[in-house]
Design a protein around this ligand. Structure first.
Ligand code: TEU
Length: 559
């Protein structure tokens, strides 16, 4: 594997709407991000991915773009964006924009023109298809519920939307569309971006012609999951290879793909040397927990499952490329709420999760608030949710027979809004996020969980993340942490997540006691030093017997 500048870095996702509001409109903005660049620098991050802040009706929080060349006024101006890039560069921080090109907004000029002339050139930027006997062209279910087809009024045509009906899919088979996208990408790269995070990208290739999936319908609505289509679609690589050659290569861009449902044999094409992308996120644990039936049928992820998912991904990618490791993002519940049993959730267990995730081979990512241990919100009513996906999943649970309270409970845990609650800066009203009314309720635990409380506390989670980052960048260990082979240690031992990282002349051992009960185990050989510990002490006796306390994690250098 070729070594790249970004391998040794640490990446951070900012969700602008919930980061910091400087205008009092209850929505975070670019000036808020600019004002916190020093904070991110202090934490030790190098690469910042901004979730979308382009002009958008915000039907799906900006993942529905109505103008790729404008900043939405709620987030600021293009001048603010230019300043953000410049200020970031001054601090040696790289900025990634979110590239959302499977679809745009129905309010985008292209789509408006297509509606005006449903057989004209712009209709070919989308999928406009004739219905069959007054019914949609096929039986695919949108990710956000209901048919993927929406009637084009005044015609017998329907347009395709794999996500919300306000997110019409762009037709990647059309080379004019592709050239427009590449032009836009170059325009952004010329502004000085380091690259892009690439949204929902596997979906750009459709299985054509559009036909029904007649498998037993997977839900009561009689529709068929998009997963069928993704399994059958062949040739996404042609588009992605073109994108790489026409844009990424010229700029040596850093790119991270949001890739679900990739075919295993194609992974080297995705992130191998000269792959379509630099890296891609590992979603294995989250995917394991999902269910075709809906969120209400999701499976709980125990520490054992979490461990096996991480190890499996590590094995799979070992000789393929460099993964991006996350515990959460803006589409997931908070990682600490999901992967740590509720009754064990505390600063110590949060540190354990941080350490095991950071010590995997790959690029570590922090989603905003993860560094202070932000948790899921206890939602009290369905009216509190803004997320389209949550509202749909609530309907799904109710259709399945859940009563209101059970349906609420079922979706609340998985809601994407858990990760989208305002960032908790301090213990002042609204957690210091806004002086106005926040667009989403602030988690009431902000009085305890906030940056101000942790920043100067050497024992805080925030400080622990700083230590992890410092360790990753320590020249004495970086080579091993970045590239060393990962091998599980005592893999069968329940609730122990332990692994070696083998460097050229060095072996590190991560030992994480993923449970309340202390445990004692014998080290495979003597140790040289303790590199990191979420406790003040660790007991290792002369026979190399180590006792790990409640959720204790230690990183040892072996002799
Ligand atoms: O997410 C894609 C997405 O919704 C996946 O989780 C999808 O369910 C997966 O492909 C199924 O296998 C991205 C964004 O991160 C999200 O916020 C947007 O809502 C979505 O795309 C649409 O742009």
């Amino acid at each position: 594997m070729q070594k790249k500048w970004w391998h040794g870095k640490v990446a951070y996702q900012v969700y602008p709407k919930s980061f910091l509001d400087t205008t009092g409109n209850g929505i975070g903005d670019l000036r808020g991000i600019i004002s916190k660049l020093d904070y991110l620098k202090e934490l030790g991050v190098d690469i910042i991915w901004l979730s979308p802040c382009y002009q958008s009706p915000l039907a799906d929080q900006g993942y529905d773009i109505s103008d790729y060349y404008q900043i939405d006024p709620r987030f600021g101006t293009m001048n603010d964006m230019d300043e953000l890039i410049a200020q970031a560069r001054k601090r040696n921080l790289s900025i990634l924009m979110d590239l959302v090109v499977n679809h745009c907004s129905d309010e985008h000029e292209w789509f408006q023109k297509a509606l005006q002339d449903p057989y004209g050139p712009y209709s070919k930027y989308f999928y406009f298809e004739k219905g069959i006997n007054g019914q949609p062209p096929n039986n695919w279910r949108s990710y956000f519920g209901g048919s993927v087809w929406e009637p084009v009024s005044g015609t017998d045509l329907y347009y395709l939307h794999l996500f919300h009906k306000k997110q019409p899919d762009l037709n990647w088979e059309n080379s004019s569309l592709r050239e427009e996208i590449y032009k836009m990408m170059r325009w952004w790269m010329d502004k000085g971006l380091a690259g892009f995070r690439i949204d929902a990208i596997i979906n750009i290739k459709k299985a054509l012609p559009f036909s029904d999936y007649s498998y037993p319908p997977d839900r009561d609505d009689g529709l068929a999951s998009i997963d069928n289509m993704l399994r059958d679609a062949v040739g996404v690589g042609e588009f992605l290879g073109e994108m790489r050659d026409k844009v990424f290569q010229k700029y040596d861009a850093f790119t991270v793909g949001e890739v679900f449902n990739a075919k295993e044999e194609e992974l080297p094409d995705f992130i191998g040397d000269n792959g379509y992308f630099s890296t891609m996120f590992d979603f294995r644990a989250a995917v394991w927990g999902g269910s075709e039936k809906g969120w209400y049928a999701s499976r709980h992820i125990t520490p054992e499952i979490y461990k096996s998912c991480c190890f499996l991904s590590q094995k799979q990618m070992e000789n393929v490329g460099y993964l991006s490791n996350i515990i959460e993002n803006h589409d997931e519940p908070r990682g600490v709420s999901r992967y740590i049993p509720a009754e064990d959730l505390c600063e110590t267990s949060k540190k354990l999760l941080a350490a095991v995730s950071f010590m995997l081979r790959g690029l570590p990512w922090i989603y905003q608030g993860q560094e202070i241990g932000m948790e899921n919100l206890s939602f009290i009513s369905i009216d509190e949710f803004d997320d389209v996906s949550t509202l749909d999943e609530y309907r799904v649970a109710k259709n399945h027979g859940f009563n209101d309270a059970d349906a609420l409970r079922a979706v609340a845990f998985y809601s994407r809004d858990n990760a989208r609650t305002p960032f908790q800066w301090d213990d002042s009203p609204n957690a210091g996020f806004t002086t106005g009314t926040p667009w989403l309720r602030v988690n009431p635990n902000y009085t305890e969980i906030n940056v101000k409380a942790q920043q100067n506390d050497k024992t805080s989670l925030f400080s622990f993340y700083k230590e992890l980052i410092t360790l990753r960048k320590n020249p004495d260990y970086a080579e091993t942490i970045l590239y060393g082979r990962l091998e599980p240690f005592m893999e069968k031992e329940e609730n122990l997540m332990a692994f070696y990282r083998y460097g050229q002349n060095q072996t590190l051992l991560v030992l994480a006691n993923f449970q309340k009960a202390p445990r004692t185990l014998t080290l495979p050989k003597a140790y040289k030093s303790v590199l990191l510990n979420n406790y003040k002490h660790v007991t290792i006796d002369s026979d190399a017997c180590v006792t790990l306390d409640y959720y204790q994690v230690v990183i040892l250098e072996l002799a």
